[in-house]
Design a protein around this ligand. Structure first.
Ligand SMILES: C[S@@+](CC[C@H](N)C(=O)[O-])C[C@H]1O[C@@H](n2cnc3c(N)ncnc32)[C@H](O)[C@@H]1O
Length: 210
């Protein structure tokens, strides 16, 4: 069966309404400004990396909260940061995977964030992505993973269906307990932040000190 992927077709038809439509769509599932607010209230940072930055929606919210920080967003997509409308003097976007990026950067970021990415990544690539995230975090710095709790219910069904058919990816969500166990088993770093992000308790955020 061919993969359904309706996102690009919708986007090209939206024209100047693409940004408000993308914001409205995303806000059905997560309040990105709240997520940035929680991170900024716990983790000070001057240099932030986002792995899987997508169109730059979260980048914009992060830079609004981190007024003195420099931001780098990387993604395997063609045009990362395409919809970013924040302070471009402090933001750069690269189309590159995390392991190639790691080969160019010795791990100088005091905050590395991964928001709604892991469930898009094939299982066999997840561990190496998580290792890259940690290695790119400076010792004493923090890394944070935001994911979606796969608890049955209408919100979960809507989120799964939207992600599956808009991106075309064969997504698979990781429960928060399994994510904590995995990160604990891989690195043993201290869990210093555990939060839920509105508007759904499905949105969990885990933050670690490297
Ligand atoms: C739902 S978007 C999230 C974008 C952004 N983090 C945000 O919250 O606005 C998921 C992104 O993960 C990216 N992605 C998927 N697999 C990836 C990988 N192996 N490495 C980096 N990014 C990846 C996709 O290209 C997509 O842009």
């Amino acid at each position: 069966m061919p993969d359904l992927k309706i996102g690009p077709a919708i986007r090209t038809r939206l024209g100047r309404y693409e940004i408000p439509a993308a914001d409205a769509y995303r806000s059905l599932f997560i309040n990105l400004a709240d997520c940035a607010e929680v991170l900024a209230s716990v983790f000070p940072a001057k240099r932030i990396l986002e792995v899987g930055c997508g169109d730059g929606s979260f980048a914009q919210r992060l830079l609004e909260r981190y007024q003195d920080a420099e931001y780098v967003g990387i993604d395997v997509s063609d045009q990362p940061g395409r919809l970013f409308r924040g302070d471009s003097a402090r933001a750069s976007f690269l189309s590159i995977d995390s392991s190639s990026f790691r080969a160019t950067d010795p791990g100088t970021f005091d905050l590395v964030v991964v928001v709604d990415v892991i469930h898009h990544v094939p299982h066999h690539l997840r561990e190496s992505l998580l290792r890259d995230v940690r290695d790119l975090t400076t010792p004493g710095g923090h890394y944070a993973i935001k994911e979606w709790e796969p608890k049955p219910g209408p919100a979960h069904f809507a989120c799964w269906a939207a992600d599956r058919f808009i991106t075309g990816d064969r997504i698979s969500h990781v429960p928060s307990a399994a994510m904590r166990d995995r990160l604990e088993g891989l690195f043993g770093d201290e869990l210093v932040l555990e939060a839920r992000i509105p508007p759904h308790r499905h949105n969990y955020l885990l933050g670690y000190r490297r």
